[in-house]
Ligand binder design. Sequence first.
Ligand code: C2O
Ligand code: CU
Ligand code: CU
Length: 496
Amino acid sequence: MSPMTRRQLLAAGAAGAAAVVIGGTGLWWTTNKLRGYSSGERLIEPQVLSSSERLLDIRLTAAPAQIQVGGRRASVQAFNNSLPGPTWRVRPGDTIRVALTNSLEAPTNLHVHGLQVSPEGNGDNPFVSVLPGETFDYEFTLAKDHPPGTYWYHPHHHGHVAEQIAAGLYGAIIVEDPEPVPVSNERVLVISDLSLDASGNLAPVGPMQRMMGREGEIVLVNGQVHPRLSAGSGERERWRIVNACPSRYLRLHLDGQKVRLLSRDFGRLPAPEEISEVVLAPGNRIELLVETREGLSPLVATPVDRGGMGSMGGGMMQEGNVSAGDEPVELLSLAVSGASGTAPAPVPNGPPMKDLREQPISARHTLDFGMGMGGSMMGGGGGEANGSMMSFTINGKEFDAERTDTVVSRGTVQEWTLRNSSPMDHPMHLHVWPMQVIESGTQDLSTPRWQDVVNIPAHSEVKVLISFEPLIGRTVYHCHILDHEDQGMMGILDVR
Ligand code: C2O
Ligand code: CU
Ligand code: CU
């Protein structure tokens, strides 16, 4: 990990300023990647499906879809013909019912990333297999004290996860706050990436990209190329941002505006934190408060070094630089102009955060995320499609749906050491039970930090605490670089 130097940061900031001068056409849009795409249309948000009388009852169909991406016709896969799929809006205590129909050619299923709901039966069960042509009825209920926040849904059928998410199958979930945060506008921004060939079909993905984790050539916000947002000055907006990219990390900057972090993955920070940049690993979400100031501000994703094959891969893999590009990418532009109305009311503090460090630890576990040469070509249930040269393992083992790797007694607090013995970062995700990060490099963790995807930098270790209550059941933890997950970097825990 080599974090951006101050000089690079300044350079990125300066380029952002230049983009304002040339009218937001964007310096980076001259790169060949975007030739042929039009940009700058008004931001569109996915349709919102809201619960009523404590129930959200919806149908979702995963199917091939023809959509427009940056003015080009694209053949993708989408939920209900929409990329991203519709946004679900629910409240703590609500029941969610989803009839999922599979109109794809491969098996699929549905996972509600981050929601703390039962993983059993027709709950958030990653072992369900919905075959082509079939419909499966999911149903689960959020606890009355379920944390508010921004979550998301996506397929989770082992061996097909990267492929189906890269094709366009994802959508946002909002769990409303018990007490509203005063804002003038709220936006859902689902960030994803995509590679299309000349005729608008999804570009094929080679073994090298699978090994590194595929990064799409164009980065989309709500399925749009570099959309434009507008606001009056002196307003406060709340942006709910989802990183739905299969492998791309996003280091985000919004220069020229006052930006505070309201939430990381889920819940609320006790008080919004002023930030100048924030990094989202795949699967992470953030909520930002943007206090608007006159001007044109691009939201820029600057490159993140997530490691590579280093010395490990030998000659043939030397070229394998993990990131798709070394250039910053402009995701959208916010145009602020005009007079403001009345200043929004102050943001009330969030509830104090739980701190598991005050509780006795009843067990300790180590998970070692490893990569080795000569992975089984059939590895990880993905079959030959994976065709990987590497094995992707946790504690030396590839995923096996029949094996339970970790048995946990309900109600216990455990300390897990997440060790990365490979030269590439792995963002670790645990279903159902959130993790409190207690040790991660030099990060300041004096304020409790809760996440459901925790990055483990190459050749290092991170420690987390997990409280296994009140839910029980058998589910998974895995690397959220979804090609790694599909190739075997996933394990099973059973909480009894
Ligand atoms: Cu967002 Cu198990 O994944
Ligand atoms: Cu998840
Ligand atoms: Cu990984």
